[in-house]
Structure formats: C-alpha cells, structure tokens
Design a protein around this ligand. Structure first.
Ligand code: SF4
Length: 269
C-alpha cells in the first residue's frame, strides 16, 4: 500500500506529536485497532509518521475481539495490517457479555474499562512502552460535554497520560483531526472499515451528545468551537468553590451566629 498523507492531515498529526511530546526515539508503540475508520486511519498515519519522523520508533497493533454475537472479521484486519506492514496481536475476550450484563442500557463505561485493561496488559507483556488510541477532536469535545451532563465533572481525556500501574504512556495523536476529515480520507483507501458488531452502537450517550452538539452547531456555528476552546485548562473562569463539608458548614454557621464583640446581638445591631 502506498503511504501518503495529505499535507493538512500530516500537519495536524505532527502538531499533536510536537505540542504534547507524544513520541521519542526508541519508543515501541502499540496501536489500539478496532478495525473501524478512526483506528484504521491512526494505524495508517502512524506508519506515515514512522517513515518521515527524524527519530525511530516501532509499531504494533492490537485488536480486542469484545465477544459480541458477530465476531470480528480477523482476516480483514490481518490483511490491512499486512498491507501496512504492522504486526497485529488479536485478543479474544468476553468483555461484551460482562458489560451488557452490568448495564444493558449503558455498557460503554465497563466495556471501555475492560478493553483498556486488556490493551495495557498486552502492551506491557510484549514490551511496548506506549499505547496509541484514535480519539479525535470531536471525541474530545463530546467527552467534555458528556462528563458534565452525566458525571458532574469538567474533564475530557488527555492527549498524553502516564499509567504508573503498568508503566505505559497513552498517546492520542489524532486530537487535532475532525471526525469528518478522517472519514473522508479513509474513503480514499481500498480498505473498507469493519462494521461495529456492537448492538448499542449509535444508541449511546455519546451519540445523543454528538447529535445535540451537531444540531446546536447547525443553529450557531460557534457552539462547537466554543466547546472546543473550553477544553483547555486556561479556559476556566469563575467556578464555585468546592462544596463545604458538614464540619466546615458547622464552623461557618457558628462564626456567622456568634454575637459581634461587645453588643450581644446575633446581627451586631
Ligand atoms: S458502543 Fe459498544 S463497543 Fe463501543 S464502548 Fe459501547 S458497548 Fe463497547
């Protein structure tokens, strides 16, 4: 397969690599490869990067078969990796069963948790020091809003994070690419991404949030860019202080009710 990435794509990937210091000489990077469009693009982009980067790093791919009724199309994934000349590890699992048993309506957090555990454990076992995931810009913005709506937290995933339990660094080189750009590029390849075998695909909280952002952005094009700007740590303006504990509330209450020195009145009047 000919490895060519259009300049605007390469610039965005390289920007993330440089800004967040994602790669360095001697890295061994295991790419999470679901077979979908995003991870297929990431694998391709990492191979291009491997060719042009002024330092050397090794690449591998891992596919975790989640154990849905319809199994992963492993020959398709193997063929794509063969064309890219990237070694592929396939791990079978029962994650779908466990996640759907825990919550039929919202299996995603358990599913993602166990899948990450398999990937990290495999990376550590095979001597990879980094794991790369294909989360893109839209994912970051959607996760940011989802966290507020469903977890009461202002957060999203980081472009780079270190996991001290496994001594693995997680990197996300696609954080500056929009989902539509990735889709457009993948359609130019002969590879047809593997359809997701997941029964809740398209019915998740993420999809609700994606649709919400999409419809608000159609009304006002600044909605997406404003949300994206709010992802940065320096965008935090006025937020309430943390909720006071019972003890703190008792102290505050006593302080406010204590008579002002000398006049005996609770209000100091
Ligand atoms: S959509 Fe399906 S495969 Fe993806 S995280 Fe949720 S349960 Fe897992």
């Amino acid at each position: 397969m000919e490895l060519v990435l259009p300049r605007n794509y390469a610039r965005k990937v390289w920007r993330a690599v440089v800004e967040f210091e994602l790669l360095e000489d001697g890295d061994r990077v295991l790419v999470g490869f679901s077979g979908g469009k995003d991870s297929s693009f990431l694998l391709y982009a990492m191979r291009v990067l491997q060719k042009v980067a002024p330092f050397r790093f090794e690449l591998g791919a891992i596919h975790v078969d989640l154990g849905f009724e319809k199994p992963s199309d492993v020959p398709l994934l193997e063929d794509y990796c063969r064309q890219l000349n990237v070694p592929l590890i396939v791990r079978k699992s029962q994650i779908a069963d466990i996640a759907l048993r825990r919550s039929r309506n919202n299996p995603c957090s358990s599913c993602a948790y166990f899948r990450r555990a398999v990937v990290n454990e495999t990376a550590a076992f095979h001597g990879y020091n980094k794991v790369a995931y294909a989360h893109h810009h839209d994912d970051a913005v959607e996760t940011f809003l989802m966290s507020q709506l469903y977890s009461g937290k202002i957060q999203t995933f980081l472009p780079k994070s270190y996991l001290d339990k496994t001594d693995i660094t997680v990197i996300r080189p696609l954080v500056y690419l929009r989902e539509a750009e990735i889709k457009e590029f993948i359609e130019t390849l002969s590879y047809v991404p593997m359809p997701s075998p997941c029964p809740v695909q398209g019915k998740t909280y993420r999809h609700k949030v994606k649709d919400l952002i999409g419809s608000l952005t159609r009304e006002n094009p600044f909605v997406y860019t404003n949300l994206a700007a709010a992802v940065r740590a320096d965008a935090v303006a006025d937020l309430w202080p943390p909720a006071a504990s019972r003890e703190e509330m008792r102290e505050k209450h006593q302080r406010i009710m204590r008579p002002a020195a000398g006049d005996g009145s609770p209000h100091g009047e």
